[in-house]
Design a protein around this ligand. Structure first.
Ligand SMILES: Cc1cc2nc3c(=O)[nH]c(=O)nc-3n(C[C@H](O)[C@H](O)[C@H](O)COP(=O)(O)OP(=O)(O)OC[C@H]3O[C@@H](n4cnc5c(N)ncnc54)[C@H](O)[C@@H]3O)c2cc1C
Length: 472
């Protein structure tokens, strides 16, 4: 388990089960955590380890060999994978297209003497069904709607059942040093992280919590999603789900969310016959009779997938502004020397020390809670472009802050979300503006006119003291 850290609704696990049965072999599930990944922190580490405790419990219930390993100074991870795979007849892993995972998988392939299978559990339709990345959501939406009925039922059928697991566990004990910390607090205190980013109060990782968040979203917010999604507000009040950290670490599967929201909609238990085929690309009507459910699923599928697909073919380890479309690059060449009214350094941005109350509020939310409301994320990104000397500097500040503080950072959508602020997946906008040219511009003043910001700002004000990180 590298990216999709759960047993249930996991295609890589299902494939490993079928392979072990076919070859009459023992199945061992390995979930490891090194401590030297980029932007490592106590915040991210705790979230992942909480997920590992849940996986241990589930493995015990299922009678599955689950070998977990959490690196520490006295228990280094070096050589572990090679060691545990020396007697393997095959290894199955996740084909996640971003961050350090593609490189890690390639390295592993070079070290082992058995077959390595990387399974694409990234979305409801396998990403290989699409020949290329899409340039806009409206294009990908049509592709998805056309393929959906062919791909989706097959995909939901291929998940394992409990009886498939019989006979796969020969009770082989893991090598010394495996297992989870008994006292998580003192374990985390013993690790050296580069940055001080502490866990946010009230945020818990793992599958149990992910299922709770989903249940609460479906019962309390789903039907308000269409009208309430864009309005910035506290996590309790906003109509959005808060599921992205759990999706990112694979504590919950996209198919589980898909089925859960559809089954809760009008008409009771959902089946694929209820898809509307009248007009592929129709965002309002495709999945369900409920427009709010359709809007949510469009974000969950079209908007999430467009980011994953962007990375899929090449799986670039380093991503930068070269990945933007030509019209944006031409635009930036023309406007790179435009004068900027405000210029801030990384430190000023990081400590939420700009002249703009809304921007500072968004940054404070990110630092203190590890989350940022989607609308504020767009405004946050646009303003950094406006307030830095170069587009490249803006990109690197946004990448750093997003990936350092956000629970859902280091994801394909981190990069495509940031690049969206630079014009990716968007169209030219008029009139042409300073610094942005024809790239869409956003302002704090129009955000204040569009939404009632009072309660969001009050929520941010109350955050003082909710996390020990950066601002005490
Ligand atoms: C500058 C910037 C940075 C971003 N960084 C990240 C990031 O690091 N990780 C991340 O997962 N998303 C990122 N996004 C996309 C989006 O903001 C988040 O996915 C969303 O806010 C997560 O909150 P939620 O789970 O409550 O979303 P909901 O509105 O409840 O949506 C449900 C799911 O749909 C997907 N989704 C929703 N909106 C988007 C979107 N605009 N783009 C892609 N997928 C979407 C997410 O998987 C989300 O969990 C970024 C956007 C911007 C503009």
């Amino acid at each position: 388990m590298q990216a999709y850290r759960r047993f249930d609704s996991n295609h890589a696990f299902a494939y490993a089960v079928s392979l072990a049965k076919k070859q009459n072999k023992e199945l061992i599930v390995y979930e490891g955590l090194r401590s030297d990944y980029p932007w490592n922190s106590e915040r991210i580490h705790r979230f992942i380890i909480e997920g590992m405790y849940d996986n241990q419990t589930r493995a015990n219930e299922l009678g599955i060999n689950y070998w977990s390993f959490v690196e520490s100074k006295s228990n280094p991870a070096r050589g572990i994978l090679k060691e545990i795979s020396k007697n393997a007849s095959a290894i199955v892993t996740d084909d996640f297209p971003c961050f350090i995972i593609p490189e890690q998988t390639n390295k592993l392939a070079g070290k082992i003497n058995c077959a390595l299978f990387a399974v694409d559990s990234n979305s409801i339709l396998p990403l290989s069904r699409f020949e290329r990345a899409a340039s806009a959501a409206r294009i990908l939406r049509i592709w998805i709607h056309k393929e959906f009925l062919k791909g989706m039922p097959e995909r939901t059928k291929s998940i394992w059942k409990k009886e498939d697991l019989l006979g796969l566990n020969h009770n082989t004990k893991p090598p010394k040093g495996f297992g989870l910390p008994e006292d998580l607090n003192s374990f985390l205190q013993g690790l050296d992280f580069k940055d001080l980013v502490l866990p946010a109060k009230g945020v818990k990782g793992g599958r149990t919590e992910a299922l709770k968040v989903l249940k609460s979203f479906v019962s309390k917010k789903l039907q308000k999603y269409e009208t309430g999604r864009s309005e910035p507000n506290s996590p309790e009040t906003t109509a959005t789900s808060g599921l992205s950290p759990y999706l990112h670490f694979g504590h919950i599967g996209i198919e589980e969310i898909f089925q859960s929201v559809l089954n809760a909609g009008p008409g009771g238990k959902w089946n694929p016959e209820r898809l509307s085929h009248q007009k592929p690309g129709d965002r309002e009507h495709f999945y369900s009779e409920s427009s709010s459910t359709n809007h949510f699923l469009d974000e969950l599928i079209t908007w999430r997938d467009i980011g994953y697909l962007f990375f899929w073919k090449d799986k670039p380890y380093h991503i930068n502004l070269e990945n933007l479309p030509d019209w944006v690059k031409t635009n930036f060449k023309k406007h790179q020397s435009d004068s900027r009214e405000y210029i801030y350094s990384l430190e000023e941005f990081e400590s939420a020390n700009t002249h703009d109350e809304l921007w500072n509020a968004a940054q404070t939310e990110l630092v203190k809670t590890g989350k940022m409301h989607n609308y504020m994320r767009m405004l946050w990104g646009k303003k950094v472009i406006e307030w830095t000397n170069t587009y490249e500097e803006a990109f690197s500040i946004l990448e750093h802050l997003n990936n350092k503080y956000a629970y859902d950072g280091r994801n394909p959508n981190s990069y495509t979300g940031i690049l969206w602020c630079f014009g990716l997946f968007d169209r030219p906008w008029f009139p042409e503006r300073n610094v942005f040219g024809n790239v869409r511009f956003m302002s704090s003043d129009s955000t204040k006119k569009k939404f009632k910001m009072k309660s969001y700002l009050e929520y941010i004000g109350e955050l003082s003291g909710t996390s020990d990180s950066l601002f005490p």
